[in-house]
Design a protein around this ligand. Structure first.
Ligand SMILES: *Cc1c(COP(=O)(O)O)cnc(C)c1O
Length: 355
């Protein structure tokens, strides 16, 4: 039976990318060696790394003055690395969910943090947009553009009078982004790009080296810029990231991906709104097109486990909602085919008919 992978992360990759990765595990770039056992200083991997950085710049139309890094440590390390490198006195944060919260916690270790907006009291069911409170004396504003856990998303690149930092772990490559509005964009690669292990960081080089604090060498962005590979990068994830980005390019780039994503998400939200058993948990205007969260309507609550078992039995993998929200979450990352969304919708329809 075909499995439909709705996992929130690490998550679905395109089958062609997985096949390519499998073949590189056996023989990488004609070297007769596995990608798992080659030096990151060898000419083949140096070329892979360069191509990956360049292709990210091309796909996202990244302007001059920015660099792309693939580092370790996950997006969670960026929660600390960003303030370490950018926070002088005070920074503004938006509390839009679990990940934003963790970013806030780390930033507080390095300076004053003003949380300008939060939807916590409503279980993060909408996206706070207090942009008028952002003033020029902040070192930066930090936003989490897509809230993987609660399924809210900010699908625009806002104008603010200070630097802007975006955690785009779960919505990078899902739409065209105006990178020039940001000083740093970062994210774990394991949601739309690669297996776990790589973190992408898009950084405006002029924003760096402005703080006085002592920063450990590994955590200075500028070190990674200067010595292109300061230490051993996540070699295999970077290789797979490159294959994914090549596939994105073949498909036609981020505009095409956005169209596909909007269509997939719309189909599923339409079914959630139509089906009398289910309801969405997020305000319609803030609904994420990557992570679709829904629950059973109150009068059908007791059917939740039954539906979960039913859909899972039909190949719908990882549709359980995050433990803090309950219900269901279907993650529709770029590599999720429309046919898988249709299969999920079919289970919802058939289940409604039975009840
Ligand atoms: C998954 C996720 C993270 C955490 O990423 P790690 O690589 O596991 O540290 C951070 N932010 C967002 C928005 C995420 O979806």
């Amino acid at each position: 039976m075909k499995k439909h992978n709705f996992s929130a992360g690490p998550s679905i990759l395109d089958e062609s990318v997985i096949r390519d990765a499998a073949s590189a595990v056996l023989n990488y770039a004609g070297t007769g060696l596995s990608i798992l056992e080659v030096s990151h200083r060898g000419k083949e991997f140096a070329a892979t790394m360069k191509e990956a950085r360049d292709l990210m710049k091309e796909l996202l139309d990244i302007p001059e003055g920015y660099e792309v890094l693939f580092l370790g440590g996950g997006a969670s390390l960026q929660f600390a690395q960003v303030p370490m490198n950018l926070l002088k006195t005070k920074a503004a944060y938006i509390d839009s969910g679990t990940w934003a919260n963790k970013a806030i916690k780390e930033a507080k270790l390095f300076g004053q943090v003003d949380v300008l907006g939060s939807s916590k009291d409503d279980l993060y069911s909408w996206y706070p947009k207090p942009w008028d409170k952002v003033t020029a004396d902040y070192d930066y504003l930090h936003i989490t553009t897509n809230n993987t856990v609660y399924g809210t998303e900010l699908r625009e690149d806002i104008d603010v009078p200070c630097r802007l930092v975006g955690d785009m772990s779960s919505d990078i490559f899902t739409r065209p982004v105006d990178v020039s509005k940001y000083d740093i964009i970062y994210g774990g690669a394991q949601k739309n790009i690669a297996p776990a292990g790589a973190t992408f960081v898009i950084v405006k080089t002029s924003a760096l080296d402005q703080v006085d604090r002592v920063i450990p060498t590994m955590l200075k962005y500028s070190v990674h810029l200067e010595e292109s590979m300061y230490n051993t990068p996540p070699v295999f994830p970077v290789y797979v990231a490159l294959q994914t980005m090549k596939w994105y390019k073949e498909l036609g780039g981020v505009k095409v991906l956005e169209r596909m994503n909007l269509e997939k998400a719309q189909m599923l939200y339409d079914e959630i709104d139509r089906n009398r058993l289910f309801r969405g948990t997020v305000r319609p205007e803030d609904r994420s097109i990557m992570n679709v969260c829904f629950v059973m309507n109150d009068e059908y609550k007791e059917l939740e486990k039954e539906y979960y078992d039913y859909a899972t039995g039909l190949g719908m993998s990882s549709i359980k909602g995050h433990r803090s929200v309950g219900g269901f979450r279907a993650s529709l990352y770029n590599a999720m085919p429309k046919s898988s969304v249709e299969a999920l919708i079919q289970t919802m329809r058939d289940f409604e008919r039975k009840h």
